[in-house]
Design a protein around this ligand. Structure first.
Ligand code: PLP
Length: 286
């Protein structure tokens, strides 16, 4: 496995990060998670745009153009001869000293990792996930806007730990007002009486899979509303699914011990899983 490190491809065992990299010292960096299916990168432009937006939001100069970044991502896939992969570009503030001051970091470090990737949830796409709401909140006391895909994922990890401890497959974050925000690594959709609802993206990541799912629902002429959702709406939904680059479109059939709908993935969700599979298999940048 070859890793892209600042313009060079380095064998995995030799791909090292300096202990003075502010990404390592302070989580001062941004990243993306991208999938390749059938040798094509799904939504490459959208992911590169979001990477640069995340960088902009933390006042980090990526040090290369979006075209160069896109080409580096595609090249990482090519040199590793990967057809189906998860790709992880990271841009850190760079190597500095032990102080916080980003001005001490002369230039950013850019890393791109690409690994073979099959399916995240396996059989759960047909049987459905168990989810739990967690005590960690998505906004307060986290001062970091959840829209920034930054290298500070400790809240998400704490949520995952809580979900693991409760025997669940995924965690659902509420925000500081108790509104439903998102999963630990995905956005959430609920279905009630034939209408699909998903929360606005102030308090969660502007998911690229979320946007794709909204497009697919509109294409299928299924009404979709971007609206605030409470936990009551989740417990009483007919169907629930989550969307993410790693999770794809995945049904949720239990939340906090409540059975959702019939306890089996519903028709709108199963249709979405199928439509999403089709679009990932047939589109993307070669
Ligand atoms: N929410 C969080 C916290 C995530 O980490 C992710 C994964 O990237 C998502 C949502 C889903 O976003 P996307 O569909 O762009 O992968």
């Amino acid at each position: 496995n070859l890793i892209y490190v600042n313009g060079k491809f380095v064998p995995q065992g030799q791909a090292c990060v300096s202990v003075f990299d502010h990404g390592f010292l302070y989580g001062d960096g941004v990243f993306e998670g991208i999938r390749a299916y059938n040798s094509r990168v799904f939504k490459l432009k959208e992911h590169v745009d979001r990477l640069f937006d995340s960088a902009k939001a933390i006042d980090l100069n990526v040090g290369m153009t979006k075209e160069q970044m896109s080409e580096a991502i595609l090249e990482t896939l090519r040199v590793n001869d990967l057809t189906d992969a998860y790709i992880r570009p990271l841009v850190t503030r760079g190597n500095g000293d032990l102080g916080l001051d980003p001005r001490k970091c002369a230039k950013p470090n850019v890393y791109i990792i690409a690994k073979y990737w099959g399916s995240m949830y396996g059989d759960l796409y047909t049987t459905g996930l168990k989810a739990v709401t967690v005590g960690v909140r998505r906004v307060a006391p986290d001062a970091l806007p959840p829209n920034i895909k930054s290298m500070n994922y400790l809240n998400n990890i704490l949520a995952k730990i809580e979900a693991n401890a409760k025997g669940a497959d995924e965690a659902i974050f509420l925000d500081n007002c108790g509104r439903v925000a998102e999963g630990s690594g995905d956005n959430i959709f609920i279905i009630k009486n034939g209408v699909v609802y998903t929360p606005p993206t102030i308090g969660n990541l502007k998911g690229i899979t979320r946007a794709t799912a909204i497009e697919l629902l509109q294409e299928a002429k299924i009404p979709v509303k971007v609206e605030e959702i409470g936990i009551f709406d989740v417990y009483t939904a007919d169907e629930i699914f989550v969307t993410g680059t790693a999770a794809e479109a995945a049904p949720v059939v239990y939340v906090d011990g409540r059975t959702i709908g019939t306890g089996k993935p519903g028709p709108v969700t199963l249709d979405m899983v199928k439509r999403f599979e089709k679009i990932t298999q047939t589109t993307g940048t070669p």
